[in-house]
Design a protein around this ligand. Structure first.
Ligand code: FES
Length: 585
């Protein structure tokens, strides 16, 4: 960790603080603000003339990955007070990946709006974002970008390695693996219960390179977190020290007026994409980074991922792309600064970060302590980037595969489709012994996209049919407009755009059609004549509405497609003016 000092001259004085507009005027409204602060036991000298720092805390009783935020927030407050600021903790939606149905992706934008409006409405000058579990990172950053206040991101950090009978267990990845072993009769029910008890043994996020670890790394790569912060295990004392340093640093950032607009350049996003490829990122990174970039007014799209994918190798040997190590090992091996040092030739080193220094400055002196965990560029675990974008008549606006985490023989494959119209109909038959399927079959799930799911549930790693599991099959080609967990693996082709629910070509596939994919050529096609596709299109009817009221109703009307980042159309306005507080009367 660095000392987090910037050394910039002050760009603000106490009178120009945003919070002063609440607390300083000699009028009736400000009388109310001051008297109610004193109602909480604060004396005026505790806030007057000081930056008020919001802490958006995504702790809740339903969020196991953020259990430690209940106490960690006190460490943030300690840092804020030490630096001469005034902390104001504001609870935000906790978006637990573990408990929330049907999918947290349905609520990413709701937390983004929650964050933006919490900042807009309260007398705050800067913000510490406390997130980590999958969607919380992009959601908090989306809101903070639109709010425009100085912002620092505090990652929850990964949980400790899982453990069962002397074996190391990885979040998600080993759940899928041992579930298949149980379905194949290879482990007992008692073993399964023991795996259940050993796979999540401390607070913190999933410790594979899933969506949580990926997006925490993205926050750091973008320059929005302290150097090294994203790799620190949640249960490590370094994490506590990092939390108090976030508190100290954000106070200086307010005085320096170091806002996201100064940090989130196009080059910062290109850096994040480069890092995504090198760490063996979750497929979800594509959707979230595009959404963040568009909020930040930067023109980033699938083509930028595709370019990086061709040049940047996967060098983080972390599951599921790697086969051995977990995030705890990554931290001991040098963490993200060590990895950034290894890929520095691909980075824009002059990008500004929350330290007030460039990313190049931040990684000076960073080292790698284990060359098997963080590989050299000459010895990658996969010679290209983690993700590949495919296009063709099945996905005119693109789809995504993670070639580093699938059986190589499926990187070029042609097979007959077996189509399921929705998740329940797939689940009802997938384990039947008379299912007409071989390991060459291409399983297709539709109506699982942004509008059709709705919310793009993580259904994309369709289960291997039980009859094939018993034969030893552990991977096959699966295509959907859904997402998959970042801890998942296999030849899963995801995010097909446009989605089937709005009439994308996935809606036209029929069981028995031949599907051909070639990852090297980046193509995916159904071998169906164009006139036949036209006939099918003329006969297609949209499935019924998913929601008739409430948030879901709003979601399905305003959500954008996967290749556009799944933001709401009415939020995608780039950087707004400096955040404006509501009229006081
Ligand atoms: Fe929270 Fe995986 S369930 S990070």
């Amino acid at each position: 960790m660095t000392d987090g000092k910037a050394g910039d001259a002050r760009a603000k004085d106490a009178k120009s603080l945003r919070s002063a507009r609440w607390f300083a005027p000699d009028d009736l409204r400000s009388f109310g603000h001051r008297s109610r602060a004193m109602q909480m036991g604060y004396a005026p000298e505790e806030w007057a003339g000081k930056p008020v720092i919001a802490i958006l805390n995504t702790w809740s009783d339903a969020q196991p990955c953020h259990m430690h935020f209940k106490s960690r927030v006190e460490d943030v407050k300690r840092g804020i007070l030490q630096a001469g600021g005034f902390p104001m903790e504001l609870p935000a939606l906790s978006l637990s990946e573990s408990f929330l149905k049907p999918t947290t992706m349905l609520y990413r934008n709701l937390l983004a709006m929650d964050a933006e409006e919490l900042l807009r409405g309260h007398p705050v000058d800067g913000v510490v974002l406390m997130g980590g579990c999958d969607k919380t990172t992009p959601a908090l950053l989306l809101g903070a970008i639109s709010a425009g206040l100085p912002t620092i991101y505090l990652p929850a950090g990964p949980m400790l390695r899982g453990n069962w009978k002397g074996k190391v267990l990885g979040s998600g990845s080993d759940a899928w693996k041992f579930w298949d072993e149980r379905r194949a009769g290879k482990i007992s029910d008692a073993d399964w219960v023991d795996v259940e008890a050993g796979i999540a043994r401390s607070y913190g996020t999933c410790m594979t390179m899933g969506t949580a670890a990926t997006m925490m790394a993205m926050a750091e790569a973008l320059g929005m977190a302290l150097p090294g912060a994203s790799s620190i295990p949640a249960a490590d004392a370094n994490h506590i020290r990092m939390a108090s340093e976030c508190g100290r640093r954000i106070v200086d950032m307010v005085w320096e007026d170091l806002t996201p607009a100064r940090i989130l350049s196009r080059e910062a996003f290109l850096n994040a994409i480069t890092v995504a490829m090198a760490v063996g990122c979750s497929t979800n990174a594509i959707i979230h980074l595009i959404a963040l970039a568009r909020r930040a007014g930067q023109d980033i799209g699938l083509d930028d991922f595709e370019r990086a994918s061709r040049t940047v190798p996967v060098i983080a040997n972390i599951r599921p792309s790697g086969d051995t190590y977990l995030m705890e090992d990554f931290f001991y091996a040098g963490g993200l600064p060590g990895l950034l040092e290894r890929i520095r030739k691909y980075l824009h080193l002059d990008c500004l970060t929350v330290t007030g220094r460039t990313i190049g400055d931040n990684i000076k002196g960073a080292e790698v302590y284990n060359d098997d965990v963080i590989r050299s560029l000459d010895d990658p675990i996969y010679k290209e980037g983690a993700l590949a974008v495919l296009k063709g008549n099945l996905a005119p606006d693109g789809c995504v595969i993670k070639p580093s985490a699938c059986a190589p023989r499926f990187l070029k494959h042609t097979g007959p489709a077996l189509v399921f119209d929705d998740y329940p109909s797939m689940k009802a038959v997938i384990d039947r012994d008379d299912l007409d399927v071989t390991e060459d079959t291409v399983l297709i799930l539709r109506n699982a996209g942004p509008q059709g799911g709705p919310g793009m549930p993580e259904w994309g790693m369709l289960p291997i049919p039980a009859k094939l599991v018993k034969q030893g099959v552990r991977d096959m080609v699966r295509i959907s407009d859904a997402r998959m967990s970042g801890t998942s693996y296999g030849a899963c082709i995801l995010h097909v755009a446009p989605e089937s629910y709005i009439g994308g070509p996935l809606a036209l596939v029929r069981t028995g059609d031949l599907i051909a994919l070639d990852v090297d050529k980046r193509t995916i096609d159904m071998k169906v004549p164009a006139d036949e596709l036209e006939r099918r299109r003329a006969a297609w009817r949209q499935p019924g509405p998913r929601y008739e009221r409430g948030y879901g109703w709003m979601f399905t009307r305003h959500i954008k497609q996967a290749d556009e980042g799944c933001d709401f159309d009415f939020l995608e306005t780039g950087f707004g003016a400096p955040v404006s507080e509501p009229s006081i009367y």
